[in-house]
Design a protein around this ligand. Structure first.
Ligand code: 9MR
Length: 365
């Protein structure tokens, strides 16, 4: 028996197929033959990590590993890299001055080790998610420098040789390309970024160090990031890669994404699509309806992002693609947006969505 994509979408979302919803050339081919699910050119044993020519990651919450067996199973079946969604952030890992909380990060790295996965640490220095003791800290610039250095070197030092790579600094720029007036900038000046990389490099000279930013559709910020990384390179400061966050939606233009990624490729550094999710409800409509047409557009966008990465980023610069969360129910968007959305590859109960098959096609075809 051959069932088209529509029947599968029907199972997933219980809404009627709409004859006008898909152009033939836009169809993501998903079939079931005698109970075996098949996508164009891909056998049913395929998983993300088995087909991808580079590591495929997910941002995870280690607490869900023990509470949701399917979460863990999905990660182990599909992924060979993990990022930490929140547990390495300063408010979680150093909630009190000098009081480090390692339970969650240890759980994450132990899980990665037993599952043969790479660990990407997100993130050492961020303007957000700071503990109260930092935001209220009183001290001169030397004391602030010491606070920042100690934080970086304690965390990187503990996981030396275990965490492969770090987002050393995250989101240091405003959309207009000026440096964000974060507490780090205010207390330590613009060159705090360079020193963060130096401190991380001292603590683990073999770790790969990334600058991570949300630049899509923000050309001034992108130019500022390029200037920053080129400056660090020129000064001989250890920086190995750029994390291109990709919190996009079904209307985001592939041309714009290509231009952005190409500019990062030109730096010669590793390029990590570090936070991929694709909103289906870009207008934040409160009357959102999940249709087959939307699922198809969503799947095609995932396919195109994967294809774009493969075609624009040379193999030697492909650090990988990381999905920002696993199932839709875990998505940060579900927590922060009041509106319905289904941004990921797996459904609330971790079944593979059309987007999964689109992504698989983009990784292979
Ligand atoms: O997904 C993360 C969410 O759970 C946190 O509340 C939030 C603040 O720490 O950060 C979210 O992740 C962000 C990431 O750290 C940096 N880029 C943007 C991500 C989505 O906001």
């Amino acid at each position: 028996m051959i069932t088209t994509f529509f029947s599968i979408a029907l199972n997933l979302i219980s809404c009627s197929p709409r004859a006008d919803s898909v152009q033939p050339e836009d169809t993501i081919e998903v079939y079931t033959i005698s109970g075996t699910r098949i996508t164009a050119g891909i056998d049913s044993n395929s998983t993300l990590k088995s087909v991808a020519p580079f590591p495929i990651g997910a941002a995870i919450n280690p607490r869900l590993l023990s509470s949701i067996p399917l979460y863990k199973e999905t990660l182990q079946r599909e992924y060979n890299s993990v990022s930490s969604e929140n547990c390495f952030k300063m408010n979680q890992i150093q909630p009190k001055a000098g009081g480090f909380y390692w339970k969650d990060t240890d759980a994450l790295v132990n899980f990665a080790k037993e599952s043969n996965m790479r660990v990407h640490g997100h993130t050492l220095i961020y303007y957000k998610s700071l503990p109260e003791w930092v935001t209220s800290f009183q001290g001169d610039s030397l004391a602030w420098e010491n606070l920042m250095k100690t934080h970086i070197q304690t965390v990187v030092g503990r996981y030396k040789g275990v965490v492969t790579s770090w987002d050393v600094v995250n989101e240091a720029f405003e959309d207009d390309g000026t440096l964000r007036r974060s507490v780090w900038y205010e207390k330590l000046g613009a060159d705090y970024i360079a020193r963060c990389f130096q401190y991380a490099h001292q603590a683990d000279p073999r770790a790969l160090l990334f600058y991570n930013e949300n630049v899509v559709g923000k050309p001034k910020k992108l130019t500022a990031v390029l200037a920053l990384v080129n400056n660090l390179k020129k000064r001989g400061i250890a920086i190995h890669g750029i994390g291109v966050q990709m919190h996009i939606n079904i209307n985001t233009s592939e041309e714009a994404l290509t231009t952005d990624v190409r500019q990062f490729v030109n730096t010669g550094l590793l390029v990590h699509i570090s936070e991929l999710d694709i909103r289906m409800n870009p207008t934040y409509s409160t009357n959102f309806t999940l249709t087959n047409a939307l699922q198809t557009r969503h799947a095609l966008k995932y396919k195109n992002v994967a294809k774009l990465y493969r075609s624009v980023v040379p193999k030697s610069q492909q650090f990988g693609i990381t999905n920002w969360n696993v199932g839709d129910a875990d998505s940060w968007l579900r927590k922060t947006s009041p509106c319905e959305d289904y941004p990921l590859l797996f459904s609330d109960n971790y079944s593979r969505k059309p987007a999964y098959y689109g992504f698989i096609q983009g990784l292979t075809n």
